[in-house]
Design a protein around this ligand. Sequence first.
Ligand code: ATP
Length: 364
Amino acid sequence: GTSAFKQQYSVEGQLGKGHFATVYLATERCTGMRYAVKKFEKRSGPGERSKVDGLQQEIAVLMSVSHPNMLCLKETFDETDGVYLVLELAPEGELFNYIVMKQKLTEAEARKVFIQLFQAVKYLHERNIVHRDIKPENILLLDRDLNVKLADFGLAKIIGEESFTTTLCGTPSYVAPEILEQGNRRRYTRAVDVWSLGVVLYICLCGFPPFSDELYSPENPYNLSQQIKMGRFDYPSPYWDSVGDPALDLIDRMLTVKVEDRISIDECLEHPWTTNGQAPLSVTDSTDGLTGALAGLDFSRRKPVRERTMLSAINDVKVERVIETKPDHPDRSAPPVKVWDKNRGPHFNNVNIAGQQTVQQANG
Ligand code: ATP
């Protein structure tokens, strides 16, 4: 029979493929407008039920939200061969590919992206929606000026104030530690999105992930999930040398294992790294020369960020020595050689990001 979808749209090619759906570029015949069409195949099989459940949830979430930094759903078609979601097109594709191309973002670029993401997630959290699957692949670029949209609400959940869920979901590298705690029906809520955003921010600023099985070594005998549960990560030199302390402070607060102590999305928006001195200041009676951009920031009475990180990161685990990785690495010129693999997440060749380097310094 005739398909209402195919009458209205012509499909031009594939934009991407996920676990549950294939995304095509399509043009609306009567307007010439281009859209992304996400098609869920209708096939009977063992996985069908969860697929349909997830789809209904995604549609419900997409229909209930409207924010400039969230992908907009235009309409849906339920046809014999599949369900079609007609979505706003993000012409420049995934932030993931942009990071791969650029190796990493500058702080200014990352700030531009994260102000938008913080606002989008704040909007969701205010509506009791937790995205639960934030990662660079789900952050889409509208243009080359780094205007972004949050996508893929397949795992998003509308939560009640008192509700909690322990479903294991999300991509391993980006999931919050409380999700990995097994046999523990702890509630986990909005804070999981802040954690995932913290992982993405870390990756954006250096080009490699904070937690990875690639970091496994005799001196760091922890796998990905153990590293996450301990909050064990570092800012290895030389890759982080040029990144300012406010960025590290924000990442520390986002990648805080204890949910109650983790920064909220509102606090992320107000953090000095995010505002970068742009927020209106009530009092500026400081007499030193840095009153402008740095007013409101006072790191002088705090422990150095990296030391604080190492201490807080290890949590309950006994620490024998705090490893300082800040001193200049002799091989400043060598960038990490990254291999991005969508199925495994970002990983690297021939560069030992933390292990080797920190061990040398610890032994030296
Ligand atoms: P997952 O496996 O992460 O659950 P999924 O099956 O839900 O994925 P999406 O992540 O929504 O599918 O889409 C798959 C890919 O299609 C995206 O990673 C992206 O590359 C591309 N894509 C999705 N939506 C759009 C869009 N609106 N504009 C451009 N590209 C898109």
